[in-house]
Write a protein that binds this ligand. Structure first.
Ligand code: ATP
Ligand code: MG
Length: 313
């Protein structure tokens, strides 16, 4: 079992509203409504907890709507190291109609002051040492710059931590310069940050070797149902997921990241690491939520994952 810290700088309260049909401008009656504490780092922490690891969660939380987060952390036994900031954590509202159409309304979230950013750095200086790895996942809140994220990653590295990163756009571009230990972009995120298509395996391998030269040991590129390409120094593997029926892809990327971390920190073989991680991600898409409820189902999904060296077709 490892001790892992996850940072969610811009968490969200996910509110799913189920209704037969959305009538804009009318009074709509919903059939069901669920609120849950979310954000990429929080999601990764939940999957890692299901795998038996010990979690500390941190980042910024709005102090006006803490309840769902504090309840989740208490229930899961997470050490809560979030910095409270004035205002409300953003809400991401999903209007789910019975024909499967989903309308998303994503809130802006609080503006995080320079003092709160400093408070997080000070807190991390105290609590981060002693963890085996730190996951930095998700977008940046208002007020936090990509350069600050880069400095944060350098600081975590200087504390001796392995940093796994999952973000996109300018935040990813800046953070890459700090040389995190592992990154998990999807193919679009990688293309955006490298400024061009990286669809072919050859293009991905070239991009990965440049990233390795910058100190990034593990480049994990996800591509939805097509699976995962994992480039580490001296080895490149591809995993094809089993065919599953898709309930919701929410949390697929977070599950893959959690699974990769689990295997790497448990010193599993690379083949086994990628196989389990791909099965955990496939399991996430079969559920409305994510996480590992059923170990037997996970074992079955693992058997359906095909892992091969990337030199073979
Ligand atoms: N339809 C699917 N069937 C099986 N596995 C899937 C499917 N979609 C996604 N996955 C698994 O989940 C992994 C991550 O998915 P994807 O590449 O879409 O991540 P992402 O774009 O980062 O997602 P997220 O929105 O969660 O950030 C894939 O590499 C794959 O292993
Ligand atoms: Mg993602």
């Amino acid at each position: 079992m490892a001790k892992i810290l996850t940072l969610t700088l811009n968490p969200a309260l996910d509110l799913t509203v189920q209704l037969p049909r959305l009538e804009p401008g009318q009074v709509n009656r919903s059939e069901d409504m669920h609120t849950h504490a979310a954000g990429k780092g929080v999601n990764v922490a939940q999957v890692l907890a299901d795998l038996g690891h010990q979690l500390t969660v941190s980042g910024f939380l709005g102090e006006d709507n803490l309840q769902a987060f504090e309840t989740l952390f208490a229930k899961r036994g997470f050490v809560d190291a979030f910095i409270r900031v004035p205002g409300e954590t953003r809400s991401n509202i999903k209007l789910a109609e019975s024909d499967g159409r989903i309308t998303d309304i994503n809130g802006p979230g609080p503006k995080v002051s320079a003092a709160a950013q400093q408070a997080l750095l000070d807190r991390l200086e105290l609590i981060a040492p002693g963890h085996d790895a730190v996951v930095v996942a998700g977008s940046l809140p208002q007020g936090v710059s990509p350069q600050w994220l880069q400095a944060l990653i350098l600081r975590l590295k200087n504390l001796g931590l392995k940093v796994a990163l999952d973000t996109s756009g300018e935040a990813l571009a800046a953070a890459l310069k700090a040389g995190p230990w592992l990154i998990k972009p999807n193919t679009e995120e990688l293309a955006e940050v490298l400024g061009g298509e990286v669809v072919s395996v050859l293009a991905q391998a070239e991009a990965a070797s440049r990233l390795h030269a910058q100190g990034i040991e593990h480049v994990v590129i996800s591509h939805g149902a097509d699976g995962v390409n994992w480039f580490s120094v001296g080895s490149a593997l591809h995993a094809t997921p089993p065919r599953v029926s898709v309930a919701s892809t929410v949390g697929a990327g977070d599950s893959l990241l959690a699974g990769m971390l689990h295997g790497l920190l448990s010193a599993d073989t690379p083949e086994q690491t990628l196989r389990t991680a791909t099965a955990i991600a496939a399991m996430a898409v079969t559920q409305i939520g994510f996480g590992i409820g059923d170990a037997a189902q996970l074992a079955l999904l693992e058997q359906g994952v095909r892992v091969r060296p990337l030199t073979e077709q």
